[in-house]
Design a protein around this ligand. Sequence first.
Ligand SMILES: *Cc1c(COP(=O)(O)O)cnc(C)c1O
Length: 396
Amino acid sequence: MADPGGERRPAALNSWVEISQSAYARNLAFFRRRVGPEVELSAVVKSNAYGHGLEEIARLAIRHGADSFCVHALDEALALRRAGFDQDVLIMGHVPLARLGEVVIEDFRLVLYDSDTARRLAGEAKVSSRQARVHLKIETGTHRQGLDGVALEALLKEIRNNLSELEVEGVYTHFANIEDTTRHDVAQQQMARFDAALETLERHGIRPELRHAACSAAILLFDKTHFDMVRLGISQYGLWSSKETLLSWAVHAPESEGAPEEVLSPVLTWKARISQVKDVPAEAYVGYGCTYQTTRPSRLAVLPIGYADGYDRRLSNQAHVLIHGRRAPVRGRVCMNLVMVDVTDIPEAGLEDEAVLIGRQGEQEVTASDLAGWVGTIPYEIVARISPELPRLVVA
Ligand SMILES: *Cc1c(COP(=O)(O)O)cnc(C)c1O
């Protein structure tokens, strides 16, 4: 297992993740052009920056023009502070009431959608003679977090009358299906509900500085969702939210904006070193459960990664990896820490040669989206589950 403080030379590693600085910079420059100079570009770095490495990505984000961060959890926000980032951080998930004091002390922005949190947070702010910055989350149809019309009215009254320690810096919502379809009537409906909520705020004399709604797909497809700030997640990493988003872009984006493969460049490459090459006879079974049988005398390479590292077990007998620029199919079941691939047609494959699990090698590419297709999930889950124990190396 990699030790984060230990050896980080690729030659000394069994498996690691490379982060391309140039690809990341291109993606961020594209999104900056897209939203313009005035809109706050907030990099969503929850879940170890979608598996890309929190500190590594945070550093690149600020260097290449992001203004602030969004995270899910208080501990992620604290990790950014510990790593020296003093930018604004919006915590989008629940913070245990017992820890709201830390939100105040660090001056984090906090999502707000319930009055219990509002009261406790205001109390903590009062104790330390500070203001607490909140972003109201509006329910517009996702039914996950958020204030519906009635709850919003009630909370606004309470804030105005009793909770003067809360500064309503932001108001936001989140789309339910913008990336899952090429038809966007639900998104339009959600926008209408968000507009209505903004009017409610206005009636209460509250004009938050930051109105926001857009995730990656919305930033790409709907200019009018950009408001004052955007929450850029998956596409800063060069990944499309879905095939539907890519299709919508390909069909609707003005040609001057670029074809899909020109606008986003995948940032992450996941590599492992071959830990054994072996010859096996024809009709040999491979791996647990004997789910694969060779049809000819074969050469197998053993790779030192498995489902414990985030290489999903459902990739068994499904996925390909790249070795010497060619595709080597996974044979048999993915184990906890090992996987076997077929290198019969890649005779030069040898001990400690590099295999690419996600990314490009020579002319070939295996994308997070390919893995998602094989597993039956979305690229978000594929990258977010790459073990945080593996070193992230920033390369040119
Ligand atoms: C994760 C998340 C985002 C980012 O979404 P992407 O599709 O990855 O761009 C934005 N807003 C909220 C509330 C989120 O939870």
